[in-house]
Design a protein around this ligand. Structure first.
Ligand code: HEM
Length: 77
């Protein structure tokens, strides 16, 4: 599955609108997209496009759970 990090905002918005209208087939994003207003979708798109794409590292499940508990999930090691 492609990452949203760094994906052009227009592409995220276009996909979300298509999920919402039902013109892009989806397993789950049709329902997820209908939970947001068009403005909320734009805000998320501009957030995700600015995120750096991180390669998966050797973080273990236990480390991920601990990072989440500490409120720093997604922070680089
Ligand atoms: C419970 C949360 C979410 C789950 C489980 C989820 C899961 C998925 C899945 C399975 C797909 C593939 C399409 C499908 O079969 O539905 C997808 C695509 C996508 N999702 Fe989500 N998603 C979630 C939340 C979000 C949110 C909040 C956004 C907001 C921008 C988002 C944006 C997208 C986009 C833009 C694609 C298309 C990516 C592409 O071009 O292939 N998703 N997501």
């Amino acid at each position: 599955m492609p990452s949203l990090a760094g994906m052009p905002a227009e592409q995220i918005i276009e996909s979300m609108m298509a999920f919402k209208k039902g013109t892009r087939p989806a397993i789950i994003m049709d329902r997820v997209s209908r939970g947001y207003t068009d403005d909320e979708i734009k805000t998320m798109a501009y957030f995700f496009t600015k995120q750096p794409l991180k390669q998966w590292d050797d973080t273990t499940l236990a480390e991920s759970v601990a990072a989440q508990a500490a409120g720093s999930i997604g922070a680089p090691k």
